[in-house]
Ligand binder design. Sequence first.
Ligand code: PAF
Length: 290
Amino acid sequence: MKIIRTTRAMTSWSERLRRDGVIIGFVPTMGALHDGHRALIRAARLRCDALVVSIFVNPTQFGPREDLTRYPRPITKDRALCREEGVDVCFEPTAEVMYPEGFQTVVTLPDIARRWEGEARPHHFPGVATVVTKLFGMVRPHLALFGQKDYQQAALVRQLAKDLNLGVAIEVRPTVREADGLAMSSRNIYLNAEERMIATSLFRALRAGKQAIEGGMKNRTAIERSMRKTIEQASGIHVEYLAVCDPDSLEPLTRFTHRAVILGAIRIGTIRLIDNLLIHLPGKKNLARH
Ligand code: PAF
């Protein structure tokens, strides 16, 4: 496996392969790789001839009071996982490579990024959109894979790739979960034993909401209230949002059709966890108005 650190080396590697008709897959990450990343890498491996994983803890997507400095950086372990999974290139730019002196341009966000994470973390999506655009320009992949766990991020990247004609197909892969349902995340290692136990209540609340909708409940506010109750039974958890949304616009659902997504974010102490569940009711259209 090659480790590449500069833009020029990355781009010329990709251009050479592209000229030979090689299909390049890309999994962008901030490292601290877990089985969710492994699943993305494996899916990319199956679809592409050559595979790049980037590891870059992007400073611009962290707010001033967020966990940038303590974000886990187990680079040796990460490289070992990439080697195990047959990754061809681990792209590890430094902050200076990514944001050299004179760097100024920031991508303006689509509507889809306005609510939820966009509201809770105003720095986050401008940083994500800009770094992902830059990474696509550096790596020049044909296909890039993202996890559904960051549902809003994946929707934003899809819109971005389309609007800016970035020439890359985006595939979103299902969330990988621990046995008790907790969505895998690099931030789970911050949880102590007690916090880890209560962290699953986010998934349980989302599942309860999904079951309520599948069972025919059509009142969005009542569903959201009952999900909140499920979580607030565990002390020490602060609910930031739990919302039944249109899966495309991410606006709160005003009319129940056969598709929805429930988005959730909670805080346990200083640790923020997000998760979501997609709902698809086969054969049902326009279940009710709300
Ligand atoms: O999901 C992540 O790990 C990051 O937001 C990403 C897409 C690698 C951009 O820094």
